[in-house]
Ligand binder design. Structure first.
Ligand SMILES: [Zn+2]
Length: 459
């Protein structure tokens, strides 16, 4: 018997590996997961388990899955919940009032911390173990990132925090716009500030029409110089897709390719309005996509066609949902939304949805060697689902049940890098009542709520 850090016994394990191996079948055969130094050191059938551990957890025939990978979020927008439900997006940005200007202005280190905490708390209870987060950099408000990093660190989530640059927008006043010198200095400061290897920094050019060319080129260079992921919101509306064609005579991905944007690991959010040339570029370059069906439907900008993107690296993003950070809802709509596209009505199935949420998501963010499936040598990021829930019965269609009937209520336990974060449906790092108290205290200062007339933001 070999002694190890953590041993999980008696589980049905959906590994999500290349052959979709399932260890155990929830009826009689069951499996184990051995964890050493935050990684999976062994996995197999209970009859081959020759380990013991002071930290042994009997999974009681429950289902183990890799943790979900959220390829796109906006943590600091969580406080905007319930504001601007009627918004839609166009290229001018004028219609995008979902996160009203005044609310944006009261974001500071403390509000960014509280907003991130709210979003991360819900994500983790929903089984998310990795998120790629996009946060707008406001000049003079650099402390905002300190608040977000504190929340990320406390939650122990695995994250890439994208510093999102904007210098051509009416989202907020000129004084807050980013510039080349600030971008360089802030990248250095944030790299020094990162408190653990679980949190990485990424560089983002928010969207083509929100940036002047010199800053865009510099950001591409900064990402390369520092070997950081580079991200961008793609053409999430038809207006946005036309913009580079009209200005430069090229599609967005052609334009970015010429600038060298894909020399870094690239993640593009909302691959909704791509043409055939761009789909071809994506197949051959270092490009990952974040498909965000729930948010795209919310703002009415169309749905990415998964069928045409199946050869690309693509995962799922919660983006900025106005309801919650429910990853089960995201997986379900990821395939249901496909069936609303003409000629796509029979495309996709629950297994595809689960792959998008795990291994395909890992590929989209260029981390398939580390996360996304449960295999020897990969990080011990996994979740345990409550097999006793009626939602998972009858068990004949286990994957269907998880995707089509599942909800965060199924998530019993969450482990990230071998550390338990959720235990018996309770967050071990944070208390829900404290989070609500913080939100109420902050919002009381800034928002006058009148449930008849919605809300007003205090001057
Ligand atoms: Zn976004």
């Amino acid at each position: 018997m070999q002694n190890i850090d953590v041993l999980i016994t008696n589980a049905t394990i959906l590994t999500m590996d290349q052959s979709n191996t399932i260890v155990g079948d929830a009826m009689d055969e069951v499996g184990f997961l051995a964890i050493e130094n935050g990684s999976i050191s062994d996995i197999g059938s209970m009859k081959d388990c020759h380990y013991n551990s002071d930290n042994t957890i009997d999974a009681n025939n429950n289902i183990i899955l890799p943790g979900f990978i959220n390829t796109h979020s906006h943590l600091i927008a969580a406080l905007g919940r319930g504001m601007g439900d009627e918004s839609f997006v166009n290229v001018s940005g004028k219609a995008m009032d979902r996160f009203p200007n005044r609310l944006r202005q009261f974001m500071n280190e403390e509000t960014c911390y509280i907003s991130s905490k709210l979003a991360l708390y819900e994500m983790q209870l929903s089984g998310v173990t990795t998120t790629v987060d996009s946060q707008i950099a406001l000049k003079g408000k650099e402390g905002n990132f300190n608040g977000t990093i504190d929340a990320l660190h406390e939650s122990r989530i695995r994250a890439v925090l994208m510093r999102s640059s904007v210098n051509k927008t009416d989202f907020f006043e000129q004084q807050y716009h980013d510039d080349i010198l600030t971008a360089r200095n802030e990248t250095e400061r944030l790299l020094r500030l990162l408190p653990s290897p679980l949190i990485e920094l990424g560089i983002e050019a928010m969207a083509l029409h929100r940036l002047e060319q010199p800053l865009l080129k510099e950001l591409i260079q900064i990402a390369q110089d520092n070997d950081l992921m580079f991200g961008m919101h793609l053409a999430y509306s038809q207006d946005a897709a036309r913009d580079p064609l009209e200005r430069f005579g090229k599609t967005l991905l052609e334009f970015l390719d010429e600038l060298g944007a894909f020399n870094s690991e690239f993640i593009g959010y909302h691959p909704v309005w791509l043409n055939e040339k761009e789909i071809e570029i994506a197949k051959n370059k270092n490009i990952g996509f974040a498909y965000c069906p729930v948010d795209n439907m919310l703002i009415g900008t169309g749905t990415a066609n998964l069928h045409t993107l199946e050869k690309s690296k693509i995962g799922l993003g919660l983006d900025q949902p106005n309801d919650s950070h429910n990853f089960f809802e995201l997986m379900k709509y990821a395939i249901l939304a496909q069936r609303t596209i003409p000629k796509n009505f029979d495309y996709g199935n629950p297994l595809l949805a689960l792959q998008l949420g795990t291994i395909k998501g890992a590929r989209a963010i260029h981390k398939e060697n580390l996360i996304g499936s449960l295999e020897k040598g990969k990080a011990a990021d996994f979740i345990i689902l409550d097999q006793k829930s009626s939602l998972l019965h009858p068990i004949t269609g286990m994957i269907s049940n998880i995707v089509l009937a599942g909800s965060p209520a199924l998530v019993n336990d969450v482990f990230i890098n071998g550390e338990q974060i959720i235990k018996d449906k309770k967050h071990l790092k944070w208390n829900e009542a404290d989070i609500i108290q913080d939100i109420n205290r902050i919002m009381k200062h800034h928002i006058k709520v009148d449930f008849q007339k919605s809300f007003e933001i205090n001057k």
